[in-house]
Write a protein that binds this ligand. Sequence first.
Ligand SMILES: [Zn+2]
Length: 133
Amino acid sequence: MTTSSQSVRDALLDRAVQAQLHAYAPYSGFHVGAAILADNGEISAGCNVENVAYPLGQCAEATAIGNMVTGGGNSIKHIVIASPNDDFCYPCGGCRQKIKEFAGPDTVVELLNQKGKTRTVSVEELLPFAFTL
Ligand SMILES: [Zn+2]
């Protein structure tokens, strides 16, 4: 990894999986966890939180970003997103924009499947031609 030490990366992977265990997903059964290393060195995690009114549900990435901001973080150095199956769980379109809001040029987006396999992508790869002001 380019933005964090191996032990910090291990902690991020662990926190994403731990958050996944707390996902509230009674409607989809799709449990996702995310963990962020912020510019202030803090790790914030989040899980998806569904609602019976489906559009009100919140993705794990959004929960983690909200927790990062609440903890005083201003930007994402590294985010891990843990999938509940063998496929990588790429962020939805809305979350790509939310990640972009707090991303820097070197932000690492790492995807983790349930077998422990990872893939790293850049924010530019996830959201080319991003909307900005
Ligand atoms: Zn999302």
